[in-house]
Design a protein around this ligand. Structure first.
Ligand code: ADP
Ligand code: ASP
Ligand code: MG
Length: 457
């Protein structure tokens, strides 16, 4: 059995879905579990719908829902042009999903209040729509495909918008459900991103979570491989949207991929690697627009060479500097500091400490007001905004001769605020001003990948 996950651009429209079905059709002998995201930009649109409804903007809410409905209706008409009966059925299902979205949005408009629970219901519709339509389209092309509702198997905590998967539930449910669905079928299809809590209420895994769903399903069925189909030829040495001459990476280790994803490479959801590692299942990142390409294999470390693989970054972060003389020679200070972060569910990326100071970085989207307030009760706190975090990632780079020099030499002219070297030996990270990010990433990439022998000016 294999898992094949197709992201938003791989299911964006008629052409993309036709390609995707062709790719799946070529692998039926491997028993694919197809996991799909919402059509490209649909989750963003659903967020806008929930905002419009919460601010009681009836006209905008109605307009956005209508656009969403028409986009999906048109897609059904195109994909099922030659199967009128299936087309009618699919239009009916799409209509039902859009109707229930509309009535919930109207109810929210009426009260002007949006709970996380209702927001999760709204944003889960993208995957429900895409998987419904693609299931019909696969059947119309002669691939007998059965539909699985991910909410029956992707069980999470109660956190509606960022549900944490409950592994025991998932591993006990998924194999049975998949096996049943496979009866009489050539393929099965389900949704990424969405799940439910133990009470059966809708939850989602957080933005970009379909990769994570695919990996969890792969873990649960002991898949031979997990394929993440997207719009680039595999994992590259940097974000191709930011750096011009990125290099294709044929294979990287689980650790390298996990660090890249955690430290900003948006090609994979940060938690994707974890479930795959548990069962040692290889992951492949592949391009649905170039399906004959080899993609990137993500494998156990022993198959991977030492050396620098990537420059990743997080564009908008904050540095929280905590100063206290009480830190010197007292035990329990660090515990107290990190308890505050943990209680407020603020996740910390980099940490560096000196005698009377701790600096940490957090994503700018984290709500830190309470953390700062509580820390200020026993320490001086200074928050630096508009910073970016850059990470050089590669197996054993921390041990390689001259790596620190190579990393920092091209940065002569800019301020570096914090440096952190991961204990895992795969990551050197530092913080710069956000306005310097572009230059820093490009310079660094040039010296590490494009022209390693170039003189640093
Ligand atoms: P999907 O919708 O298929 O999940 P995403 O947009 O989430 O696709 O992820 C693919 C995108 O990730 C690529 O288009 C690319 O711009 C971006 N990306 C960021 N860093 C990297 C990297 N190191 N290698 C490849 N792609 C990257
Ligand atoms: N559709 C969801 C999102 O846009 C999940 C995903 O695409 O991975 O965040
Ligand atoms: Mg993605």
């Amino acid at each position: 059995m294999i898992v094949m996950k197709f992201g938003g651009t791989s299911v964006a429209n008629f052409e993309a879905i036709t390609r995707t079905i062709f790719i799946v059709g070529g692998k039926l002998d491997q028993k694919p579990i197809v996991v799909v995201s919402a059509l490209s930009k649909v989750t963003d649109a659903l967020y806008k719908i929930s905002d419009a409804a919460a601010s009681r903007d009836k006209a905008l809410t109605a307009e956005l829902i209508d656009q969403l409905r028409q986009r999906h209706y048109n897609l059904v008409r195109e994909l099922l042009e030659h199967s009128p009966a299936l087309q009618q059925e699919a239009l009916g299902k799409v209509g039902e999903i859009c109707d229930s979205l509309e009535s919930l949005a109207n109810a929210i408009c009426a009260v002007g209040e949006l709970s996380d629970r209702n927001k999760a219901i709204i944003i889960s519709n993208g995957e429900l729509l895409s998987s419904t339509i693609i299931c019909y389209a696969m059947n119309s092309k002669g691939i007998k495909t059965h539909f699985i509702d991910a909410r029956k198997m992707m069980i999470t905590s109660d956190s509606y918008l960022k549900g944490e998967p409950i592994l025991e539930e998932i591993t006990s449910r998924v194999p049975k459900i998949v096996e049943q669905a496979y009866e009489g079928a050539a393929a099965v299809i389900t949704q990424g991103f969405i799940g439910s809590n133990l009470q059966g209420e809708q939850t989602v895994l957080g933005r970009g979570g379909s990769d994570y769903s695919a990996s969890l399903i792969g873990m649960a069925v002991d898949a031979e491989r997990i394929e993440i189909w997207t719009d680039v030829d595999g994992v590259r040495s940097a974000d191709p949207r930011r750096v011009a001459n990125t290099k294709y990476l044929e294979k990287i280790s689980f650790e390298e991929a996990a660090e890249m994803a955690h430290f900003g490479a948006k090609v994979l959801h940060p938690l994707t690697i974890e479930p795959a590692v548990k069962k040692n299942i290889p992951l492949y990142v592949l391009n649905s627009m170039n399906p004959s390409g080899k993609g990137t294999a993500i494998l156990q470390s022993e198959y991977i060479e030492d050396g620098v693989k990537s420059v990743s970054f997080k564009e908008n972060i904050r540095v929280i500097n905590i100063f206290s003389m009480r830190m010197i020679n007292t035990s329990g200070f660090l515990r107290r500091v990190f308890e505050i972060f943990s209680e407020n569910k603020v996740s910390v990326d980099l940490i560096s400490t000196s005698e009377a100071n701790i600096s940490v970085t957090v994503d700018a989207s984290e709500k830190i007001d309470k953390v700062v307030q509580q820390l200020s009760e026993f320490a001086d706190v200074i928050v630096d905004d508009d910073k970016s975090q850059v990470s050089v990632i590669g197996k054993n780079i921390v041990r390689l001769n001259g790596m620190l020099k190579k990393t920092f030499a091209p940065l002569k002219k800019c301020n570096v605020y914090m440096i952190s070297q991961g204990a895992s030996f795969v990551n050197i990270s530092f913080v710069v001003d956000r306005e310097e990010l572009n230059d820093v990433v490009n310079q660094l990439h040039y010296h590490l990948f494009e022209n390693p022998d170039a003189e640093v000016m």
